[in-house]
Design a protein around this ligand. Structure first.
Ligand code: SF4
Length: 332
């Protein structure tokens, strides 16, 4: 029997705003697309330009070739452009590219570059640097790689703060990954400041505006819905944090999914309200796909819950600015 709208259960989807693409992700994707347009295919990209399979597959189809290391680029293609991902790279990567006479474009988010500069300033001012972040994340590898090997200490938890032994008598300073949980980081910073009251803090918060705003929106929505869906990739740090924020806000079911085909419908039996958001690297089309999937099973009403306005955008690298009209040139 065909189900009609009359016998579908009702569902209110509370759609978080802001959600999805941030200015850094937008810029990084635009860099790959414009490089393909300007220089033709192939254009190489070191690491996933942003952590989203849908985005990466779309760029592959246009002629981007993704590699993890520069040495994977075939010798006959060293003259092709190579783009560094939004997460940033250790200093050794552009140095290596220069040594190989490669032409590179840096899609590192300017807010990650800001943290790189802070690390360098602390080092020049003879401070010992602690980085709050998650081991193994490319942004953390990139930020630690701004300073000589072994000089930066990674702090992941409050327990790490307790166990930390300074390597020197130098004053201490801390910086953070841009996509952390605002609340967890506040706890780690409080523990650091309690143990080392003189530790130098960033002038301006390192956790970026996009991470902060998306977490705030989830905190607002999650306590009042029966389930929460975060659209994003499992290797996307900011998406993982959104799922955790929803769970901690008291949402009974809080799941991170990449596509509608990943939905486990048993998770959503008997729900009347659903919170929906997307990590900073997840395109809006995937949010729409999720809404459509729920609309097939429920009589859906969508309500947008906006907790912040975002107007920030970033300049493109110099080499690509001739590819856009002055009227649409970004600022920031
Ligand atoms: Fe930049 Fe933040 Fe977006 Fe990362 S999440 S790309 S730091 S704006």
């Amino acid at each position: 029997m065909t189900e009609t709208s009359a016998n579908k259960p009702t569902l209110t989807i509370r759609l978080c705003a802001p959600r999805g693409f941030c200015a850094g992700v937008d810029r990084a994707i635009q860099i790959v697309e414009l490089a393909l347009e300007k220089y033709g295919r192939p254009v190489y990209v070191r690491h996933e330009i942003v952590h989203n399979k849908f985005v990466v597959d779309g760029l592959k189809a246009k002629g981007a070739v993704f590699v993890e290391e520069l040495e994977e680029i075939p010798a006959e293609h060293v003259d092709r452009p190579v783009i560094f991902s939004a997460h940033g790279v250790p200093k050794s990567v552009p140095e290596d590219a220069q040594a190989r006479n490669m032409f590179y474009l840096d899609a590192t988010c300017p807010l990650v570059s800001k943290v790189h500069k802070e690390a360098e300033i602390h080092f020049r001012r003879d401070r010992e640097v602690l980085l709050i972040g998650h081991a193994g994340h490319p942004e953390v590898i990139g930020t630690m790689g701004q300073l000589p090997v072994g000089t930066v200490t990674l702090i992941e938890t409050e327990e790490d703060v307790e166990a930390f032994q300074p390597k020197s008598d130098l004053p201490l300073a801390y910086i953070t990954q841009t996509t952390l949980s605002v609340d967890d980081t506040a706890g780690i910073v409080a523990a650091l400041q309690a143990r080392f009251p003189d530790i130098v803090a960033p002038h301006k918060e390192d956790i970026c505006y996009a991470t902060t705003n998306r977490q705030e929106a989830v905190k607002h929505v999650a306590p009042d819905v029966d389930a929460m869906v975060v659209v994003g990739a499992p290797n996307s740090s900011n998406s993982q944090r959104l799922r955790e924020v929803a769970e901690r806000a008291g949402c009974r079911v809080s799941v991170l999914i990449q596509r509608a085909s990943d939905i486990n419908w048993q998770d959503f039996e008997n729900i009347a309200s659903l919170g929906l958001t997307a990590g900073a690297s997840a395109p809006e089309t995937l949010v729409e796909e999720i809404i459509s999937a729920f609309s097939e099973r429920f009589e859906v009403t969508v309500e947008t819950v906006r907790t912040a306005e975002e107007t920030i955008s970033f300049n493109l690298p110099r080499e690509l600015r001739d590819m856009i009209s002055p009227a649409s040139a970004a600022t920031g």
